[in-house]
Design a protein around this ligand. Structure first.
Ligand SMILES: [Fe+2]
Length: 198
């Protein structure tokens, strides 16, 4: 099973770094996917009941639709494509179904409270949100959208950050460990304190 996960991982790495049409190809593996995996694996060590293979596959498939076709990222057909790819790599049908079911929960974070989700989803989603708080993620958004006014970029970052913090990061230990980063990024996005010395 682990070898299959490795193979799928390599496939996603190749696709997201070599596909020049993918707008984020320059940084997506190094500053997003790898970071999520590192955080998720640490969380698996803390939550022994979590299935590591499910977590890792979820990590590597969670942005697969975006990598394949940004325009159709949210089409239901993308779930089918993801499942077909997993089967093509030799994963069992039951495993592929479970990953795709969990991916569906993960994706519905705005409608479903992920605090109630299976532990594998809580880990992958929290790691996804937390990874945004490390490295150049928010600066990259500025670079990639540099034609927009600064205030607009800051507002989008504030909205995205709120979504990450309230809907994606659901494990309390992640909130605790990343709170200082969250506050710093929120300030960079325009949420200034009233006072600086108290
Ligand atoms: Fe992501």
């Amino acid at each position: 099973m682990q070898e299959l996960v490795e193979k799928f991982r390599k496939h996603v790495i190749d696709l997201s770094s070599n596909t020049k049409e993918f707008v984020h190809h320059e940084w997506f593996v190094k500053y997003h996917l790898n970071l999520i995996e590192e955080i998720a694996l640490e969380l698996c060590d803390m939550h022994r009941e979590a299935d590591r293979n499910i977590v890792r596959t979820l990590v590597w498939i969670h942005d697969y639709a975006k990598i394949l076709d940004k325009e159709k990222e949210h089409d239901a057909v993308m779930f089918q494509k993801g499942k077909e790819k997993l089967l093509e790599f030799g994963f069992e049908n039951g495993f592929a179904d479970k990953v795709i079911e969990y991916l569906g929960i993960f994706e519905r974070k705005m409608e479903v409270d992920l605090h109630e989700a299976p532990i594998e989803v809580r880990i992958a989603s929290s790691a996804d949100g937390a990874a945004h708080l490390i490295g150049p993620f928010w600066s990259i958004y500025f670079k990639e959208n540099s034609d927009k006014p600064i205030e607009e970029l800051m507002e989008s970052n504030r909205k995205k950050l709120k979504k990450d913090w309230e809907r994606k990061i659901v494990l309390p230990e992640v909130k605790k460990a990343f709170e200082a980063r969250y506050k710093m990024v929120n300030e960079q996005a325009g949420d200034f304190p009233k006072k600086y010395f108290s």
